[in-house]
Structure formats: structure tokens, C-alpha cells
Design a binder for this molecule. Structure first.
Ligand code: GLV
Length: 303
């Protein structure tokens, strides 16, 4: 039984030490595989091309949170996504930064600053601003807690509408009500057939006039042309995106130079190597003990 890591040598060194301490079999890269039958677990961001090479593969572990980029796996091979406090906290931090940036008009002040224009604008209290978070998984709940602590009036949206303590959660049947109450909309949804291109003209039109958009889900959820039209019509006042369509965003894309849009290049979270290795160890142990695998992805659901 061994885990094969498909990553960088730097990460391999960190994982190697942690696996050695734990007494678990570890192969730092494909070149080190002497007997493919030994490989029972594979950890990677993008899997190597030929997984059928490993006849005893049980679980593939994605070292990130989103697994939409994974191809179908061989029959019987499970997929686990990394649950790591570091990833969750980093995305939460990015979302809080983006909500505050839109709440306090940072895009407009950056535009003023580029022209050397000293131009104070009116400011609002956080408690008068309604933030709507789409995606009430672990990261959504963490973001809701932090934004609530800052005073924002926070609501959540999830497909099921399952209750979350301290947050009003709207289900799919109440999406219109949820959107109508989102002065700043935050997207943390996974990419699935239901969420692909979900944020189109009709969707954005249901937000209050002048809303802000914070996108930390997946680029393909937002129609970038619809974003531009919503900004031009005043439906949206500004947006901050960590994910775009396409990625990387071409250097001549309109969104780079539009002062109403702030972009970071898909960096909201990085998986800490040690945390990733610890998640993988938890998967291996759960697998061995016949326990539920942490972070197991339901591929029919898409997350
Ligand atoms: C990054 O986008 C991740 O899914 O971890």
C-alpha cells in the first residue's frame, strides 16, 4: 500500500517527511514507481494521463477543494477533495477582503488614485449592507461567520436550503428572494451542470440595482459578457473576481482594464503542503479501517 504524489519536488519533500514519520508507504513521483501494483492512493491537482496503469488504485486525492477539472476515474476508484483548515481560512480571508473592498468603494478609489484625484465618497455602515453567500459548505459558513462578526447582514443560499445556525439560508426554490436581498453577492459554489453559466443576464438582473459581485467559485459560472452588460446598465456597481472565464484571462481582455472590476489570478487559496499530506494520511487510514473517506466527492452531484 503506497501513496503516489503527482506534484512538485518541493511538495514531495514535505509529504515524504510526513509519510515517513507516519510509517506509511510514499512514492514522491511517477518516475519512482517500480511496481505500479503497490500504488493504492494517488494525490494530485491534475491526475497523470494513465490511471489504468495502477491496478490497485483505491482513491485519488485532489489536493485542492474543487474537483470539477477531474476526468472520470476508473470504475471503483473514489475521489476525495482536500479538507484543510488552511484552504478554508484562506478563501474566507479573500472573500472578506473582497466584500470589504466593494463595501468601501475600493474600485472607485483605485480609479481616482490612478488620476491623483482626492475624492471622498459617502460610506455606509456594514450593518446596512446585505451580503448573500451562495454555497453554504464549510467555506461559506466560515465566511458567513466572519462577515456577520463585522456587522454585515448575511444570508446564505444552497441548493437544499439546509439550515445553518445564525444564517438565513434560502434553497433553490427561493433563489429570487435571495438575489433580491443581496447588495453584495458572493459566489462560492462548486462548478456543476447546474452552476455552469448560472450567472447570466437574467440571473444578474434579479440583484438589487448597484449590487456588488464577489466571485470565488469557478470561472465558468459567470458569463463575462453578461457581467459587462450588468456593469454598463448599473445593475452591478463593481465586481471582484478570483476566477474568470477563461483562465488565464488573456492580457487584452476588457475586464483587466475596466476600473469596476478587480481581479486576482485564482489565488484565493493555496493548499499548505503539510495540511495536504495530513488529509491524505486521514484518507488512507479511513480507507484501511473501513471508515468513511474524508472529503469523499459524490461525482453524480459534482462535489
Ligand atoms: C482552488 O481553486 C481549489 O479548488 O482548491
Amino acid at each position: 500500500m503506497a501513496l503516489l504524489l503527482h506534484s512538485t519536488p518541493e511538495r514531495g519533500a514535505v509529504w515524504g517527511r510526513i509519510f515517513a514519520d507516519a510509517g506509511e508507504g510514499f512514492i514522491a513521483d511517477e518516475a519512482g514507481v517500480t511496481d505500479p501494483a503497490l500504488v493504492t492512493h494517488l494525490a494530485c491537482w491534475t491526475p497523470p494521463a494513465d490511471l489504468a496503469r495502477y491496478p490497485n488504485l483505491r482513491t485519488v486525492i485532489c489536493v485542492g477543494a474543487g474537483t470539477d477539472h477531474f476526468p472520470p476515474l476508473p470504475p471503483g476508484v473514489a475521489l476525495s477533495r482536500t479538507l484543510a483548515p488552511g484552504i478554508e481560512a484562506m478563501v474566507r480571508d479573500w472573500v472578506v477582503m473582497a466584500v470589504l473592498a466593494l463595501h468601501r468603494d475600493l474600485p472607485a478609489y483605485l480609479e481616482d488614485a490612478a488620476r491623483g484625484a482626492w475624492q471622498p465618497r459617502p460610506a455606509r455602515l456594514a450593518r446596512s449592507r446585505r451580503v448573500g453567500i451562495m454555497g453554504m459548505g464549510r467555506i461559506g459558513r466560515l465566511a458567513a461567520e466572519s462577515l456577520g462578526a463585522l456587522g454585515f447582514s448575511v444570508a446564505g443560499y444552497s441548493r437544499s436550503g439546509a439550515p445553518v445556525e445564525g444564517v438565513a439560508v434560502f434553497g433553490a426554490d427561493r433563489l429570487d428572494d435571495f438575489l433580491a436581498g443581496a447588495d453584495i453577492l458572493v459566489c462560492l459554489l462548486p462548478l456543476t451542470d447546474r452552476t455552469r453559466r448560472m450567472m447570466n443576464d437574467a440571473f444578474l438582473a434579479r440583484l438589487p440595482a448597484g449590487a456588488g459581485l464577489v466571485q470565488a467559485g469557478r470561472g465558468a459560472q459567470l458569463d463575462m459578457d453578461a457581467l459587462r452588460r450588468a456593469l454598463d446598465s448599473g445593475r452591478l456597481s463593481a465586481a471582484m473576481l478570483d476566477v474568470t472565464d477563461p483562465e488565464p484571462l488573456p492580457a487584452d481582455h476588457w475586464a483587466w482594464t475596466d476600473p469596476r472590476v478587480l481581479i486576482t489570478p485564482h489565488v484565493a487559496a493555496h493548499t499548505d503542503a503539510a495540511e495536504g499530506a495530513r488529509h491524505a494520511l486521514a484518507v488512507i487510514r479511513a480507507d484501511r479501517d473501513g471508515q468513511p473517506v474524508p472529503g469523499l466527492v459524490d461525482r453524480s452531484r459534482g462535489y
